[in-house]
Design a protein around this ligand. Structure first.
Ligand code: HEC
Ligand code: HEC
Length: 294
């Protein structure tokens, strides 16, 4: 086809001869920088073909003179990662949770592993970040049922609470004062007002005063004087403090009365049955660092 080459009057550049509705295509040369980059790419790809695996050959491929393969690289990386981990895991196996806690490198490793394992095994009940939910205590505050030292937390995770385990925590729970006929409805009302008064929320001062006597007679043995909680009172029964805003089941009057009437016995699984010791130690470090560890 004959090409109709002409110069564009305005720019002085030749046209390619292509024309659409009166618009003509200019035949500008490629920019120099673009051409050089293009040549460098070609040269680079030639060197690459020689050194690295490149061309497919049916079921195999050219291997390149360096003999490098991605598969070997992955195996090597995995082995390196395993070796690096085993250094940490064997140190964790040999140390107490407290010692792990005091070693910066080990603590960082345990925190990362503990976070993953927590999300997998514990968050369903305790919430992501351990913030808790109704019936499942927060692990991120400084209120503890069974103690917040690393050793306490480690033992709780290992053997659970009221779990099927000879070393489990418990086994008694919160007494069902109403159902078991120990207190009548009036006394339960009074003692609930007293419990409300511990966080300055009593609505009936006379009932709260009467409730104090009921509390001292029936509750102090487990919850401690003024409801400071069994951990602070040094009693090993897992009774929570009643003078903080942190409730397991709820601190409104109706829930308090329900708890005192029917009792409570939360169950925490014993994890030694399901997780290895190194994992449980990492979890203990993680939980201890959630915010409330002692
Ligand atoms: C099936 C639900 C459930 C799962 C899953 C669970 N927990 Fe618990 N956990 C509980 C309950 C319920 C309690 C409180 C028991 C009670 O009322 O005394 C508890 C209590 C605890 C306590 C004691 C808190 C204190 O104040 O002393 C710790 C620590 C704890 N859990 C850690 C964990 C860790 C770590 C995991 C994961 C490995 C986990 N829990 C998984 C239900 C669960
Ligand atoms: C035998 C020991 C024991 C006695 C006595 C006892 N408690 Fe408890 N109480 C517990 C335990 C253990 C729990 C925690 C139960 C759980 O976590 O499942 C608890 C939980 C509670 C809770 C729930 C707190 C929350 O965070 O939701 C309230 C409220 C309470 N007790 C009030 C009382 C009152 C009031 C009395 C006296 C009338 C009393 N308790 C007597 C052991 C006791």
């Amino acid at each position: 086809m004959a090409r109709n080459i002409e110069k564009d009057a305005l720019s002085g550049v030749e046209t390619t001869g292509h024309e659409w509705d009166g618009l003509k295509e200019l035949n500008n040369p490629l920019p120099k920088w673009w051409l050089y980059v293009f040549y460098v790419c070609i040269a680079w790809s030639l060197v690459y073909y020689v050194l690295y695996p490149a061309w497919p050959l049916g079921k195999s491929h050219t291997t390149g003179v360096l003999g490098w393969t991605m598969r070997e690289q992955i195996v090597e990386d995995l082995n390196k990662a395993k070796q690096a981990q085993s250094k940490f895991t064997s140190a964790i196996a040999a140390k107490s949770v407290d010692e792990i806690q005091k070693d910066n490198e080990l603590r960082n490793f345990a925190m990362a592993g503990g976070r993953t394992m927590f999300n997998e095994n514990c968050a369903a009940c305790h919430g992501a970040g351990g913030q808790g939910a109704k019936g499942f205590p927060s692990l991120a505050d400084d209120v503890w049922l069974w103690g917040g030292t690393t050793a306490d937390i480690y033992k709780t995770i290992q053997h659970g609470i009221r779990a099927d385990d000879p070393d489990t925590r418990g086994p008694a729970g919160m007494t069902a004062f109403g159902k078991d006929g120990i207190l009548n409805a009036g006394q339960i009302d009074q003692v609930s007002e007293y419990v409300l008064s511990l966080t300055n929320r009593a609505t009936d001062a006379a009932k709260a005063t009467a409730g104090q006597a009921v509390f001292e007679e029936n509750c102090v043995a487990c919850h401690g004087e003024k409801g400071i909680g069994s951990v602070k009172a040094g009693i090993e029964v897992g009774a929570p403090p009643l003078n903080t805003a942190s409730w397991i089941f709820g601190g409104d009057k109706a829930t308090l009365m329900e708890t005192i009437t029917n009792g409570r016995a939360g169950v925490m699984p014993n994890w030694a049955k399901r997780l290895d010791d190194v994992t449980i130690k990492q979890l203990a470090v993680y939980v201890h660092n959630l915010g409330g560890g002692q």
